[in-house]
Design a protein around this ligand. Sequence first.
Ligand code: NAD
Length: 350
Amino acid sequence: MKDGDVVRVALIGCKGYSQKFNLPAYQYMKNARLVAVADIDEQAAARAAAEYKIPSASGDPFSVLKDDDVDAVEIATPNFTHVELAVAAANAGKHILVQKPMATSVQECNTMIEAADRAGVMLSVFMMFRGNHLMHDIQTLLQSGVLGRISSIRARMAHGGGALASPGSWRRSRRLTGGGCLALLGVHWINLFRWYLGEIARVKAFSKTLYCDMEGDDVTGALLEFKSGQIGMLETAYCVQPGGDMLEIYGDQGELHYHKSQGVHIWAKRPFDGKIIKYLTPGEHYHLAPPVDAPGMVHGMYYTFHEEFYQAILEGKISSLGGRDGRVDVAVLEAIYRAAGSGGTETVLP
Ligand SMILES: NC(=O)c1ccc[n+]([C@@H]2O[C@H](COP(=O)([O-])OP(=O)(O)OC[C@H]3O[C@@H](n4cnc5c(N)ncnc54)[C@H](O)[C@@H]3O)[C@@H](O)[C@H]2O)c1
């Protein structure tokens, strides 16, 4: 790295998620600076470069990989494009941050990990909850045993993305998404479940296309068994109104409910004085109203994860561990789809 204190990044994919979250979030980062943007829609790249004063814009995502002034790429393109772009980036010696889900199959994830390891570059998958201050607080609460021994975790992520996707959109294709709404939305909670309770061993599921004109699932419900024996319940939908995202965790000493539109509710026998959650009177009902995030953290969820990724690069802590973690999420997705197909219980394959 020539410019020792900042990672020079090329963002590939400028509309959709990038336009809403990524491009603004990069403005707040200390460890990284956008030096190039690329998109197969050349005008979208040009617009992003003009709006955010980024020096280089291209309609060819592979051209930025030849640029010696680029140290890393963030891949924010449709799921089916991740593998080709990531392998090309690794071969060009660029570090890689890729949007979730890592790819459309475990096989593609393996190809990406092998390419990163061969090239000795960093590979990680952006999972938004890993940069979310509330979700970190909840993890600390669980670790400190406030809820006691956890028996089950439940979560739901749903909105009307299936109906909103335009007719030719990649979001309607099973192959191009790697499934459907489970791969697009449910993967967030799968990653968080694993973060909180460890690896998932076995799954049962129903996965259907009920109301949307799409090939992939627009509603999926899965029952998960963790290696620890604890139970997880996951629901995801692409055919409903937004606002119903929620997480519930039950233990023998208390319980926690998070609902996006209602905030956090806790009841427990012990107090917890977290960064955001201030549950100071045990035995009483606690309510933290939304929006729930650390004060002053504009776009915090979208750049905290990135800052840590780029910090690791600056410190020379190069690894593909983030990619290996993203691969396990995709293995769980595959097991859920297999279980929905077979009607039985499926093991998450290593
Ligand atoms: N919260 C989250 O973490 C979150 C939310 C939304 C999307 N995503 C992920 O971000 C990625 C992009 O999703 P989106 O909603 O922005 O999609 P999108 O279709 O809205 O935008 C994708 C962008 O990539 C460009 N593009 C397509 N193929 C390309 C290629 N081969 N090379 C370069 N550019 C290409 C398109 O022109 C477009 O600008 C997906 O992997 C998705 O799962 C993550």
